[in-house]
Design a protein around this ligand. Structure first.
Ligand code: AKB
Length: 319
């Protein structure tokens, strides 16, 4: 039976990946870890929690040995907008953390899941149907750490036979934990503000098209890839995965189908707009579909119905 360590477990993806992994492998077999401590009564309190700062190899090693871990989902990372504000910290956390996780994985024969991102692409990458294997010259610190991370994971696989695997996630939309510091965060905020205030002021321009994914698909993608037959994987560490792409204008129109009085306005943040403009509009995920059967369940319409229903319940709003 697998024993899994999840780093960055209190973040947007970890908050929903940990329960899904516990459901699948048993609560005692999934150790949630983070640099922060969980709040009392947190949804992660049904299984082990261990404090881990992923820039400390000793702390990662200690968690892996203590819980006899054989698979690490390494989610701890700074997102694009924060990384642009604090590039040195982003290098330390994103690269330093990954390097240390891979070293611990090498020494303890663990498999490793590492999320990359559409941020690993840059302005010279083809913007539409962005191929799996293409030009990657990102212009952000986040992107630099994501491309370097993809290469480092490949290196640990070919050089040390570490079973490393990863995905290039688009913007993730969820209602449990906030994303915290990304360029695609508007696509989460818009749902909260639609319910709480009936209006939203967006920091990206109305026609900025980006790939997005609803959290249940993001969680399923990670688990499916880690369970995939290794013999079928040609790409391993940086699979493009797509589910939907839209602009702020389009998601606002979809929300307005449920909340007719909803309005959107724009107060563009040049930094996040610049980051978004350097990313693709829509990536091609054929390799993921062919090599491990990737197939998302949610499009914009289905996600919007579910997000609004879940958020109304969470925020206690009527309607
Ligand atoms: C971000 O906006 O930084 C992330 C991402 C697309 O990697 N959501």
């Amino acid at each position: 039976m697998k024993r899994i360590l999840v780093t960055g477990a209190l973040g947007q993806i970890g908050s929903e990946l940990v329960p899904a992994l516990r459901e699948r492998y048993g609560a005692d077999h999934v150790v949630a870890s983070d640099i922060r401590m969980p709040a009392a009564g947190s949804a992660l309190s049904n299984g082990p929690f261990h404090h881990v700062d992923c820039t400390s190899q000793r702390q990662i090693q200690e968690a892996v040995r203590r819980f006899e871990v054989d698979a690490i989902y390494h989610l701890a990372s700074l997102l694009s907008a924060v990384a642009e504000e604090r590039p040195q910290a982003a290098w330390d956390v994103n690269m330093g953390g990954l390097y240390r996780v891979l070293e611990v994985a090498r020494e303890n024969s663990c498999s490793v899941f590492v999320p990359s991102s559409i941020g690993a692409f840059g302005p010279s990458t083809p913007k539409d149907d962005t191929p799996q294997d293409t030009l990657q010259r990102p212009t952000t610190m986040y992107g630099v750490t994501k491309v370097a991370g993809e290469l480092l994971c490949d290196y640990y696989h070919t050089r040390f036979a570490v079973d490393s695997r990863g995905l290039r996630y688009p913007g993730i939309i969820s209602y449990v934990a906030p994303p915290g510091g990304g360029t695609t965060d508007y696509a989460v905020e818009i749902y909260y503000d639609a319910i709480e205030h009936g209006r939203y002021s967006c920091f990206l321009e109305p026609n900025t098209r980006l790939d997005m994914m609803y959290i249940p698909d993001a969680v399923k993608a990670a688990i499916d890839l880690m369970e995939a037959d290794a013999a079928r994987l040609e790409h391993r560490n940086a699979f493009n995965v797509a589910a939907m792409n839209f602009t702020p204008e389009e998601v606002a129109a979809e929300i307005a189908r449920h909340i007719p009085e909803f309005t959107i306005s724009y107060a563009v943040d040049p930094v996040r707009q610049g980051i978004a403009d350097s990313w693709p509009n829509a990536i091609d995920d054929t390799a993921a579909r062919e090599e491990w059967g990737w197939s998302p369940s949610y499009d914009l319409e289905r996600m919007t119905s579910d997000m609004l229903e879940q958020l109304r319940r969470k925020l206690g709003a009527a309607g």
